[in-house]
Structure formats: structure tokens, C-alpha cells
Design a protein around this ligand. Sequence first.
Ligand code: ADP
Ligand code: MG
Length: 240
Amino acid sequence: MIQIQNLHKWFGNTQVLNDINLEIFRQEVVVIIGASGSGKSTLLRCINFLERAEKGKIFIDGQYIEPAKSNLNLVRQEVGMVFQHFNLFPHKTVLENVIEGPTQVKKIPHDQPVIMGRELLAKVGLADKADVHPAMLSGGQKQRVAIARSLAMEPSIMLFDEPTSALDPELVGEVLIVMKELAQEGMTMVVVTHEMGFAKEAADRVIYLDQGRVVESGDPEQIFNEPEEDRTKSFLSKIL
Ligand code: ADP
Ligand code: MG
């Protein structure tokens, strides 16, 4: 579904992504782990073209996305993203936040997005919060709204950048449950997370990134129990 070939990204003189080659298959759940600063967020941001890599190619559904020529707004509709900080509009209600994309970006007449928005809120367990403002919600609830908002664009792949890192520990589980359900429904997902329980349960593949390179990649069993690379072992010994 997504093919990344020889991707390189620099910020000034600093190389942040170094020859990334990665293929993400339909309905696959890929978890990316790695130390702070290893390039995880930058990689996700390159996949949905919030950042532009200097070198390398990205194909989505077999189609080469040429940043200068492709319609990046259409690409971003296909590739949903959930951030650590939820970025909800504070002055809009929960439902208004969820239908913002379909009504403003896709220009779908109001009724249909409202029906879908309510369904999505029910799906993330927040049917009763449609008409309140984000300030009334806990962090876990805000993040579930952010997931519903992203799903409202009907993406074919979802990227999650440390979606539970900003949450109080007791709120992490409710967000992970929603993500696991999505995975079970067959959503293609790339998830940057330190939640190793989620990775073990939900991931088809775990990728360890260090200094902008894919050091190791394998199924969760292998990466967590029998990592091959010393750098992977050393990283895991610090977080597990
Ligand atoms: P991670 O998500 O793994 O913590 P990032 O992708 O955020 O890593 O960052 C990788 C490296 O790129 C870091 O050294 C970071 O300081 C640098 N970086 C990230 N974004 C920018 C930016 N917009 N400008 C300059 N440097 C950046
Ligand atoms: Mg990051």
C-alpha cells in the first residue's frame, strides 16, 4: 500500500532520515520504536507529505507521489494522522471538530457528515459527548475525538505519532483499545509508540529506528525476545 524507497531527509546539515526503505502492506499494523530524535516523527510526516524528503520516492497504492506535481491534499485524505497533542478546535463542539474535514475540505453537504460523525463518535465510545466542547473532555477522550476526526476523512491508512504519550497513565488504555479495534477491523496503521504491550498485541511488524536508519525489523516476538542487533538490545533494555 505504501512503498518507501531510499528516503533521505536533512534538516540543514543534519541528516534525519538515512536511506529508509520500507513497504507497508494493506491491513498491516507496523509499530515504529526508537529513541527520541531518531527520526520517527519525521518519517511519519514524510509519509503524509507534511515534510518533504530531499531524496527518495514514496508510492501510495502503486502511484509515485511527486511532491511538486501531485495533489498533496488528496494524498493527506488517504493518509490520516493522529498526533501526540490532539489539536482540536477549542471553539467548536466535539461533533463540529469531527465533521470539519468532510464539510470544509471535502465539501460534503452537512447532513451526511453529521450522521457519519455521530457514528464515529459512537465507535470511539463518545456518542454522548457530541455537543460539548473539547475543554470538557479528559485527554483520553480528546485523543479519541482526534481519532474519530481523522477517520471522518475515510483514510485508507492511519499514522499515529505517540498518540498516548501526552496522557495520564490511567487514560492510555482507552485510547489503545480504540486503536486495537481499528487494527482488528483491518485498518492499515503505522504507529509510533512506546507502548510495548500494544506492539506485542497488535503489531504485525516492529521497526527499530536509530539515527534515521532502520536498524532492525521483524515480528514483535522476534524483536522483543530475540533482537539481532546490539543497538536494538540496548534500546529495549532501557524501555522494557
Ligand atoms: P523522533 O520523533 O524520533 O523523536 P524527530 O523526527 O522528531 O525524532 O526528529 C529527528 C531529528 O530531527 C531530531 O534531531 C530533531 O531535533 C530534528 N528535527 C525535527 N524536526 C525538525 C525541524 N523542523 N527543524 C530542524 N530539525 C528538526
Ligand atoms: Mg517524535
